[in-house]
Design a protein around this ligand. Sequence first.
Ligand SMILES: Cc1ncc(COP(=O)(O)O)c(C=O)c1O
Length: 381
Amino acid sequence: MSQQASELRSSTAVVTLGRPDPTPDGPLNPPISLSSTFRSAGAPQQGERVYARYANPTWEPLEEAIASLEGGDLPGLAFASGMAAVSAALSLVPVGGVAVVPSASYNGTIGLARDLAEAGSLVLREVDPLDLAATIVALEGADLLWLESPTNPRLDVVDLPRLVSEARRRAVTAVVDNTFSTPLRQRPLSVGADVVVHSATKFIAGHSDVLLGLVVARNGELRARLAKHRTLHGGIAGPFEAWLALRGLRTMALRLDRAEATAGELARRLLEHPAVERVRYPGLPSDPNHERARVQLDGFGAIVSIEPSGGADAADRLVEALGLFTPATSLGGVESLVERRRRHAAEPLEVPEALVRLSIGIEHVEDLWADLDRALTAAAG
Ligand SMILES: Cc1ncc(COP(=O)(O)O)c(C=O)c1O
C-alpha cells in the first residue's frame, strides 16, 4: 500500500491503493495467484498463508484498499459474495443471542436472519430504523444491530450516527451494509460502526461480471472472528474475482460521479413526469430523508426508485417497454438496470408492489431519459 494513501483524496486513492511495491521491472498491477497451497516457511514453522482457504495473495491488495477507503486500521476480508460477508457478520451473534435487524433490509439479509431465528440460532428483533425510539428500545440486551443506509430498494436514509452510538453505549455490535453508498460517499466506521459489509458485486466491481463480498472490522478481535468464519465455512473469494474487483475499484470514483449526476437529473425529471406517482431519491429536496442525507452522505448515489401511476401492472409494463435499461436484478454496474422488486417472493412486504428500482449506469443522460420518458408514456397508455 502506498505510504501516503491516507492523505490522498479518495478518487486518487482508488487508483493508487493495493499496488505492488515498486521494484524495477515489477508489474504495475498485482498478479493473480492461482495456487491452492503455499510452501511452509520451514518445519516446524508455518508461513502466514498456509493454504488458500486461509489467505490468498490476490485478496490482499483489495483487502488493504477497502480498509483504507473505509478508514479501517486493519486489512479487510474478501468473501465469495456479499451474502457470504453478510453471513459471516451475522455469525457474530452468539447462539441464542439477539440481533436487531430492519424488516426492510435487503431481502437476502432479512431472509438469512429469519432463517437463523427459525433454526433457534438467534433471537430476531425486527425494526423500522426510521422509528428511532422503537429501534433504541429493541437494542436493550441485544448483541448485534444491523443497518443499511440508504436502504435497498426504498432508499431510506437511516440516522446512522445516532443508532450506532446508541448501540455502542449498550455494547451492541453495530454492523453497517455500505453497498449503496460505497466508502466514497459514507464511512460508517467514522461514526462508530464496528463492522462494514459490502456486496462488492455492485459499485466496487462495477461491471456486472463478478460476485464478491468485502468486510472491514474496527478491531482485531472482530476481524479474527470473521476471518475464522471465512476459513471454516469456506466462503472464500476466487482469486480472479478478487482481481477483477480491484480493477473495478480503479474507476469507481469516475463511474459513481457520472452515474450519480445522471441519477440526480433523472430523478428531478421523473418527479415532474405525469405517469409517475412517486420518486425516491435522497438527493431530491422533496424526499422525506433529504435533510438527513445531506448531512450524512457525500453524494446521493446512483439508485432511483419510482412508482409509476397504475400500480404493479403499470410497473411491469414499464419494465417491459424500456429498451436501454436492461430488465435484470442487481445494481451498481456501468449499464443501467431496471426491476420491479416485488416480483421476488422474498422481497419484504414493506416495499411497495409498484416500486421500480432503477440502477443508473454511465450511459448518456439524454439517452436514458428518452428511454424512460417513452416507456413511461407507453406503459401509462
Ligand atoms: C445491500 C445489499 N447487501 C448485500 C447484498 C448481497 O450481495 P451479493 O449478491 O453479492 O451476495 C446485496 C445484493 O443485492 C445488496 O443489495
